[in-house]
Design a protein around this ligand. Structure first.
Ligand SMILES: Cc1ncc(C[n+]2csc(CCOP(=O)(O)OP(=O)(O)O)c2C)c(N)n1
Ligand SMILES: [Mg+2]
Length: 582
């Protein structure tokens, strides 16, 4: 426990006040939630202790905003909801954080225990509903135990594989009082940020990995979101460069090394530039902080079974779950990569010589891919081609920008084509649960986490419709956030699949033609409608210059369902029964 903690409160106070005091001591950042009777003492204390709390218009969006805040800072994002519908609205957002391993402390009010189970208004089995969507659900039964259990929430959220923790607070615990001592208000500073603690892989396993890597002519690093959670960027770059090992990434893992690094071979899995080909031709795959789920493995078609796999992960039982593993390394990504680098430090020069031809393949392979993609990337089509939009993002966003991507095509296209220019989590897609509707609230969470950096969110029109009310929040909060709406007047992914698989019989796939720029202006935000790709760059610059209110850039993109999927022309793709085209 830190002896340096200042301003510890003491004396008789409500549970809500004690909760707020603990969050203050934990250095909680801006948070989003929607109140109700049960948590009123907490809300009352929030302002008194100087926390930064914003009313959200849908608790799910508060959870999404907290998730993006946590991804940008690695500090737990905080969100809250009242009992019943407030609590259940948190579910989708909390699953995103659970699947993504994102540290969150969520707070839900609950019924007064004096009257529970007597048909209290808004009562539900919320503890049972929420328990499977969090890493740990902590029900607080005594006002006196609030500091201890908030400590526990931060420790669980940031230790091992991070994740969301729910504090379920009955009304009488929040409104009740206790005489607290100053010593009650302490928290372990290590638990305020992920990773709270680091564990190194077993020495003998590192030695086995070292031997396998040393003799491999075509090793390839496959990296996931664990790189960001472990803050392993420098360790990854150093190891890859010292050993001349190319790096492929999942959507969430983008930015483990800069996409512009000559060893970066881009996205692998469902969508790929050159990475899938390099996987096929590899003789040793080093998987770091990646679960090797459906998308990363192209529905378990990758990697080929004969290639030995070294898998480093913070969750031991994740290793070997989807594919057999030759060498399992249980530990923190940064620690493990540092251990690789140390173990192989003497052989760096020889390894770089041995792999010179291999590494020299990357540039021409990438060039061939780029030549093939050039007509799309440079397209002057109206409506705007998605690839052209991605190229404009690459050309216009500065290196410290954060791009938050929604679950529809917005994420798919930018996952494949957007390039981050330096290592770090500069690309934030919601791939834990891939819900649509993350873009706007996620952008808001990223913007409050990094108020001095340009934050751009990209969302489908369907996803934007789902959470449009949060433009009111973003304006009230004063976020300088740019939201790109990929306006294809459709639930595009569904429409593209119906085109490819159902013979073009479109069912419940079309949306109204809407002018989202006009809607944004009506809501007091900036709004720019873009129909000409040449206007994209200026619109993005204008959005990023606006520092105190959101700007919506409504980009009219292709309405042709044959052109919607990235990288694949789904008219020509062979579809197997029950399969998905991409
Ligand atoms: C909450 C939720 N419901 C349904 C889906 C399934 N889904 C995936 S992409 C998609 C289309 C979404 O439309 P839009 O946001 O306009 O994105 P587009 O694909 O058109 O770019 C849908 C419905 C989902 N991911 N999340
Ligand atoms: Mg759409």
């Amino acid at each position: 426990m830190s002896p340096t903690l200042q301003n510890r409160p003491s004396g008789t106070m409500t549970g809500g006040r004690a909760l707020a005091e603990m969050l203050r001591i934990a250095g909680a950042g801006p948070m989003f939630g929607m109140g109700g009777f049960q948590l009123l003492p907490f809300y009352d204390a929030v302002g008194l202790v100087g926390l930064n709390h914003h009313l959200i218009n849908d608790e799910r969006c508060g959870a999404f905003a907290a998730d993006a805040y946590a991804r940008v800072t690695n500090r737990p994002g905080i969100c809250d909801g009242t009992l019943g519908p407030g609590a259940t609205n948190l579910v989708t957002g909390l699953v995103e954080s659970l699947n993504g391993g994102i540290p969150i402390v969520a707070i839900a009010g609950d019924t007064n225990r004096m009257h529970s189970w007597k048909n209290m208004t808004q009562e539900s089995r919320q503890v049972e509903i929420l328990r499977p969507v969090v890493k740990e659900l902590i029900r607080i039964e005594m006002t006196a135990r609030i500091p201890e259990l908030v400590r526990r929430a931060f420790a669980v959220a940031t230790s091992g594989r991070p994740g969301p923790v729910l504090l379920d607070v009955p009304e009488d615990v929040a409104h009740g009082t206790h005489d607290f001592a100053p010593e009650d208000f302490v928290i372990d500073e290590a638990t305020l940020k992920a990773p709270a603690r680091r564990i190194r892989p077993d020495r003998a396993d590192i030695e086995r990995a070292e031997k396998l890597i040393a003799k491999s002519k075509r090793p390839l690093l496959l990296t996931g979101g664990g790189i960001h959670l472990s803050e392993a960027w420098n360790a990854l770059t150093r190891f890859a460069e010292a050993q001349s090992i190319p790096v492929a990434h999942t959507m969430t893992g983008k930015g483990g090394i800069a996409c512009t690094n000559k060893l970066s071979v881009g996205l692998f899995g469902r969508y790929s530039r050159i990475a899938n080909d390099l996987i096929e031709a590899s003789d040793c795959l080093i998987v770091v902080g990646c679960k090797l789920g459906e998308i990363a493995t192209k529905r378990f078609a990758l990697p080929p079974a004969h290639i030995p796999v070294i898998h480093l992960d913070i969750v031991a039982e994740e290793i070997g779950r989807c594919i057999p593993t030759e060498i399992a390394l249980w530990g923190d990504a940064r620690a493990g990569l540092e251990d690789f680098a140390d173990a192989l430090s003497d052989s760096g020069a020889a390894a770089r010589t041995m792999r010179a031809d291999y590494v020299a393949e990357i540039a021409p392979r990438m060039k061939a891919w780029e030549d093939d993609a050039a007509p799309r990337l440079n397209s002057r089509d109206r409506p705007v081609h998605m690839a052209r939009l991605c190229r404009e993002l690459n050309n216009t966003l500065p290196e410290d920008a954060i791009l938050v991507a929604d679950g529809g095509f917005a994420g798919h296209w930018t996952g494949l084509l957007y390039d981050t220019k330096k290592p770090g989590r500069h690309f934030v897609p919601d791939r834990g649960f891939a819900s649509i509707g993350y873009g706007l609230p996620g952008g808001m969470g990223a913007a409050v986490a990094a108020p001095d950096r340009p934050v751009v969110a990209i969302s489908g029109d369907g996803g934007f419709n789902m959470t449009l009310g949060e433009l009111e929040t973003a304006r009230r909060v004063g976020c300088g956030l740019t939201v790109i709406v990929v306006n294809n007047a459709a639930s595009g992914y569904v429409k593209a699949l119906q085109h490819a698989m159902m013979g073009g019989r479109y069912q419940s796939a079309d949306l109204n033609e809407m002018d989202y720029a006009a809607i944004a202006r009506t809501m007091g935000c900036g709004g720019i409608r873009v129909e000409d790709p040449e206007a994209l760059s200026a619109a993005l610059r204008q959005g990023m210059e606006e520092r105190h209110r959101p700007t919506v850039i409504d980009v009219v993109v292709t309405r042709d369902p044959a052109q919607m999927l990235p990288a694949v022309d789904n008219r020509t793709v062979e579809i197997k029964r029950g399969d998905r085209v991409a």
